[in-house]
Design a binder for this molecule. Structure first.
Ligand code: NDP
Ligand code: GDR
Length: 359
């Protein structure tokens, strides 16, 4: 029996790396779209890359870009996937305020380009489509917990672009009968999370402070609340969404919310430090109770022009229809990320010493 073929855009990102592994384990032949970069950008998927000179590999990478229709049409035509997971995006909310036009091109029009590729190639009935939608669509809080029926109110160029992506997937489903589904995923993190998202920024800083490589951590809004889960669980949910006989839209979330401040506290607790807060607003600081050292301070540069204050998802539909539920809770997630960053920084420090770059 030939292996089902999947195409993952954004395969070099956090979710792409987890999903590629899950699909390979399920017996798929996995094709990933990667962008050209001046430095290596496959660090997260290197363990999956098979030497193409050897027999038996089921994981293939192709150059392409969501802003380049012709590359998308050519790739979809050559690969003939039965499932496309569209994970590629300029995914940083704060960066989207600096690059709004590019963000719209990749995150909104990029979705249209892929769906059009399916139509142009006559693959409306032969290929299922997953769109990486987001809890950022809910934006300005009007009801909690947020479910598939909660109205959207996006609060950033990123979220507005994703709103287009959401609706164009729904429209192509209704207009052309494409099996296109949206996963409305709440924040999910892991040791593979990009270093500029708040969770990874915190766990990396905690590890660096613990190893004496950094003195302080500067953050923005400590009061934002997020529903944080583990990326591995959410990648499994993406696959389950595409296995449904009918396309539909699903919230994946833990149903628990925590502040950025709580994340900081747990991350430092993992290395045995207790944070005591004092001061207000931009003057607020977090001190180590034992030593009195200031470990956390505010840098207003990280405040966003418009913020999403509270995200809390209701995953009931995913639980009932997909049998999906998260398996990693908040504390376990934070601890895993801190431990992984400690390991990583120890290896980096060892390498620097070995090359004589550090005493
Ligand atoms: P990452 O930022 O880790 O990965 C994004 C991926 O998209 C990378 O592979 C990146 O390539 C690629 N990419 C960016 N722009 C383009 C482009 N123009 N053409 C082709 N590829 C491009 O994001 P995550 O893995 O965390 O998220 C995956 C998807 O899910 C994204 O669409 C994100 O918006 C969405 N999402 C994420 C959530 C989360 O909490 N993680 C929650 C809800 C939705 P490169 O490696 O070269 O930069
Ligand atoms: P988010 O994730 O915007 O929710 O988008 P991020 O981790 O960037 O921010 C979460 C919250 O933390 C606050 N914050 C900071 N954020 C960053 N990045 N850096 C800081 O120093 C800092 N200090 C405080 C933010 O203001 C915010 O409230 C993520 C992305 O993965 C999106 O692609 C995805 O769609 C959503 O999650 C769901």
């Amino acid at each position: 029996m030939t292996a089902p073929r999947a195409l993952i855009t954004g395969v070099t990102g956090q979710d792409g790396a987890y999903l590629a592994r899950i699909l390979l384990d399920k017996g798929y032949e996995v094709h990933g779209l990667k962008r050209r970069s001046s430095s290596f950008n496959t660090g997260r998927i290197d363990p999956l890359i098979h030497d193409r000179h050897e027999e038996g590999g089921r994981f293939f990478l192709h150059y392409g870009d969501l802003t380049d229709s012709s590359s998308l049409i050519r790739l979809v035509s050559e690969i003939q996937p039965v499932e496309i997971y569209n994970l590629a995006a300029q995914s940083h909310v704060m960066v989207s305020f600096e690059t709004p036009e590019y963000t719209a091109n990749a995150d909104a029009t990029g979705v249209l380009r892929l769906l059009e590729a399916l139509r142009i190639l006559g693959m409306e009935k032969s290929c299922r489509f997953y769109q990486a939608s987001t809890s950022e669509l809910y934006g300005k809080v009007r009801e909690t917990p947020q479910s598939e029926t909660t109205p959207f109110y996006p609060r950033s160029p990123y979220a507005v672009a994703k709103l287009y992506g959401y609706w164009i997937a729904v429209n192509y489903r209704e207009a052309y009968g494409i099996h296109a589904s949206n996963g409305i995923l709440f924040n999910h993190e892991s040791p593979l999370r990009g270093e500029t998202f708040v969770t990874r920024k915190i766990t990396r800083a905690v590890a660096a402070i613990e190893l004496g490589l950094q003195k302080q951590l500067y953050l923005g809004n400590l009061d934002a609340r997020r529903d944080w889960g583990h990326a591995r669980d959410y990648a499994e949910g993406m696959w389950r969404i595409l296995q449904q006989p009918e396309p539909d839209d699903y919230v994946l979330a833990t149903g628990e919310t925590h502040t950025v401040r709580e994340f900081v506290e747990r991350a430092f607790a993992r290395v045995g430090r207790e944070i005591v807060w004092s001061g207000k607003d931009e003057e607020e600081i977090g001190r180590d109770r034992a030593s009195g050292e200031t470990l956390v301070a505010i840098d207003p540069a990280y405040f966003r022009p418009t913020e999403v204050d509270l995200l809390l998802g209701d995953p009931t539909k995913a639980r009932e229809r997909l049998g999906w539920t998260h398996t990693t809770g908040f504390t376990e997630l934070v601890d895993e990320m801190v431990d992984a960053d400690l390991d990583l920084l120890r290896v980096e420090r060892h390498a620097r010493r070995a090359y004589g770059r550090e005493d």
